[in-house]
Ligand binder design. Structure first.
Ligand code: FES
Length: 159
Protein backbone atom coordinates (compact mmCIF):
# COMPACT_ATOMS: atom_id res chain seq x y z
CA UNK A 1 0.00 0.00 0.00
CA UNK A 2 1.53 3.29 -1.01
CA UNK A 3 1.18 6.40 1.06
CA UNK A 4 0.33 10.00 0.22
CA UNK A 5 3.88 11.30 0.05
CA UNK A 6 2.70 14.93 -0.16
CA UNK A 7 1.87 14.65 3.55
CA UNK A 8 5.51 13.86 4.28
CA UNK A 9 6.60 16.72 2.05
CA UNK A 10 4.33 19.10 3.98
CA UNK A 11 5.84 17.95 7.28
CA UNK A 12 9.32 18.51 5.88
CA UNK A 13 8.38 21.92 4.49
CA UNK A 14 7.10 23.01 7.91
CA UNK A 15 10.19 21.75 9.75
CA UNK A 16 13.47 23.46 10.34
CA UNK A 17 16.79 22.03 9.29
CA UNK A 18 19.90 21.09 11.20
CA UNK A 19 20.56 19.06 14.30
CA UNK A 20 17.65 17.77 16.33
CA UNK A 21 14.96 18.04 13.64
CA UNK A 22 14.95 14.39 12.68
CA UNK A 23 13.10 12.95 15.68
CA UNK A 24 10.32 15.59 15.65
CA UNK A 25 9.90 14.98 11.91
CA UNK A 26 9.64 11.21 12.44
CA UNK A 27 7.13 11.79 15.25
CA UNK A 28 5.04 13.98 12.96
CA UNK A 29 5.18 11.30 10.25
CA UNK A 30 4.03 8.68 12.75
CA UNK A 31 1.21 10.93 13.96
CA UNK A 32 0.08 11.28 10.37
CA UNK A 33 0.20 7.60 9.35
CA UNK A 34 0.16 5.73 12.66
CA UNK A 35 3.60 4.32 11.83
CA UNK A 36 6.67 5.37 9.86
CA UNK A 37 6.32 3.99 6.33
CA UNK A 38 9.38 3.02 4.28
CA UNK A 39 8.52 5.58 1.57
CA UNK A 40 8.49 8.31 4.23
CA UNK A 41 11.94 7.27 5.43
CA UNK A 42 13.28 7.53 1.87
CA UNK A 43 11.71 10.95 1.40
CA UNK A 44 13.03 12.29 4.72
CA UNK A 45 16.50 10.86 4.03
CA UNK A 46 16.68 12.47 0.61
CA UNK A 47 15.41 15.85 1.79
CA UNK A 48 17.66 16.03 4.84
CA UNK A 49 20.58 14.44 3.01
CA UNK A 50 21.06 11.62 5.51
CA UNK A 51 21.32 7.88 4.91
CA UNK A 52 18.12 5.85 5.34
CA UNK A 53 20.11 3.39 7.46
CA UNK A 54 20.75 6.17 10.00
CA UNK A 55 17.03 6.90 10.19
CA UNK A 56 16.29 3.20 10.73
CA UNK A 57 18.89 3.27 13.51
CA UNK A 58 16.81 5.92 15.30
CA UNK A 59 13.50 4.21 14.57
CA UNK A 60 14.64 0.91 16.04
CA UNK A 61 16.36 2.53 19.03
CA UNK A 62 13.25 4.34 20.28
CA UNK A 63 10.41 2.00 21.17
CA UNK A 64 7.85 4.76 20.49
CA UNK A 65 8.29 4.29 16.74
CA UNK A 66 6.51 1.67 14.66
CA UNK A 67 7.69 0.44 11.29
CA UNK A 68 4.51 -1.45 10.47
CA UNK A 69 0.89 -0.25 10.42
CA UNK A 70 -0.75 -0.52 13.83
CA UNK A 71 -4.17 -1.84 14.71
CA UNK A 72 -6.96 0.63 15.30
CA UNK A 73 -6.86 -0.15 19.02
CA UNK A 74 -3.76 -1.07 20.98
CA UNK A 75 -4.27 -3.43 23.90
CA UNK A 76 -1.55 -2.72 26.44
CA UNK A 77 -1.13 -5.35 29.12
CA UNK A 78 0.81 -4.18 32.16
CA UNK A 79 3.71 -6.40 33.18
CA UNK A 80 4.87 -4.25 36.10
CA UNK A 81 5.54 -5.94 39.42
CA UNK A 82 2.12 -5.45 41.03
CA UNK A 83 0.33 -6.67 37.93
CA UNK A 84 2.77 -9.52 37.43
CA UNK A 85 2.05 -10.78 40.96
CA UNK A 86 -1.67 -10.70 40.14
CA UNK A 87 -1.27 -12.86 37.04
CA UNK A 88 -0.79 -10.38 34.21
CA UNK A 89 1.50 -12.75 32.32
CA UNK A 90 -1.38 -15.23 32.00
CA UNK A 91 -3.63 -12.38 30.86
CA UNK A 92 -1.10 -11.36 28.21
CA UNK A 93 -0.77 -14.97 27.03
CA UNK A 94 -4.55 -15.22 26.89
CA UNK A 95 -4.85 -12.10 24.71
CA UNK A 96 -2.08 -13.45 22.53
CA UNK A 97 -3.89 -16.78 22.04
CA UNK A 98 -7.32 -15.26 21.49
CA UNK A 99 -6.08 -12.69 18.98
CA UNK A 100 -3.57 -15.00 17.31
CA UNK A 101 -0.73 -12.48 17.63
CA UNK A 102 2.41 -12.10 19.69
CA UNK A 103 3.42 -9.11 21.79
CA UNK A 104 4.04 -6.28 19.29
CA UNK A 105 1.82 -7.86 16.64
CA UNK A 106 -1.33 -6.65 14.88
CA UNK A 107 -4.38 -8.72 13.98
CA UNK A 108 -4.97 -9.42 10.30
CA UNK A 109 -8.20 -7.41 10.32
CA UNK A 110 -6.22 -4.40 11.58
CA UNK A 111 -8.42 -3.95 14.66
CA UNK A 112 -5.96 -4.77 17.45
CA UNK A 113 -2.29 -4.45 18.25
CA UNK A 114 -0.97 -6.10 21.40
CA UNK A 115 1.77 -4.72 23.62
CA UNK A 116 3.30 -5.62 26.94
CA UNK A 117 4.11 -2.48 28.92
CA UNK A 118 5.73 -1.53 32.21
CA UNK A 119 3.69 -0.07 35.08
CA UNK A 120 0.66 1.87 33.83
CA UNK A 121 0.54 3.82 37.08
CA UNK A 122 -2.58 2.37 38.67
CA UNK A 123 -1.15 -0.65 40.50
CA UNK A 124 -4.10 -0.79 42.94
CA UNK A 125 -6.24 -2.03 40.02
CA UNK A 126 -3.85 -4.87 39.12
CA UNK A 127 -3.79 -6.61 36.76
CA UNK A 128 -4.33 -3.62 34.51
CA UNK A 129 -5.05 -3.50 30.79
CA UNK A 130 -5.46 -0.40 28.66
CA UNK A 131 -7.34 -0.39 25.37
CA UNK A 132 -6.69 2.85 23.55
CA UNK A 133 -7.05 5.49 26.28
CA UNK A 134 -9.36 3.42 28.51
CA UNK A 135 -8.03 1.59 31.57
CA UNK A 136 -9.45 -1.62 33.03
CA UNK A 137 -8.60 -3.19 36.38
CA UNK A 138 -8.72 -6.71 37.80
CA UNK A 139 -8.59 -8.18 34.31
CA UNK A 140 -8.89 -11.95 34.15
CA UNK A 141 -9.47 -14.24 31.17
CA UNK A 142 -13.24 -13.63 31.15
CA UNK A 143 -12.79 -9.87 31.24
CA UNK A 144 -10.14 -10.10 28.55
CA UNK A 145 -12.63 -11.91 26.27
CA UNK A 146 -15.25 -9.26 27.04
CA UNK A 147 -12.81 -6.48 26.14
CA UNK A 148 -11.99 -8.10 22.82
CA UNK A 149 -15.71 -8.48 22.02
CA UNK A 150 -16.59 -4.94 23.12
CA UNK A 151 -13.81 -3.22 21.20
CA UNK A 152 -14.26 -5.38 18.12
CA UNK A 153 -17.94 -4.40 18.10
CA UNK A 154 -16.91 -0.73 18.43
CA UNK A 155 -14.62 -1.13 15.42
CA UNK A 156 -17.44 -2.69 13.39
CA UNK A 157 -19.90 0.04 14.40
CA UNK A 158 -17.58 2.79 13.26
CA UNK A 159 -16.84 1.20 9.86
S1 FES B 1 2.34 -2.60 37.96
FE1 FES B 1 0.63 -2.58 36.62
S2 FES B 1 -0.21 -0.63 36.94
FE2 FES B 1 1.56 -0.62 38.17
Amino acid sequence: MSIDITKVESILAASGRGKGVLIPILQAVQNEFGYVPREAVDCVAETLDVFPVDIYGILTFYSQFYLEPRGRYTIRVCQGTACHVMGSKEVLDHFSRQLGIEDGGTTEDGVFSLERVACLGCCGMAPVVAVGEEFYGAVDMTKADELIATWRAKAEESE
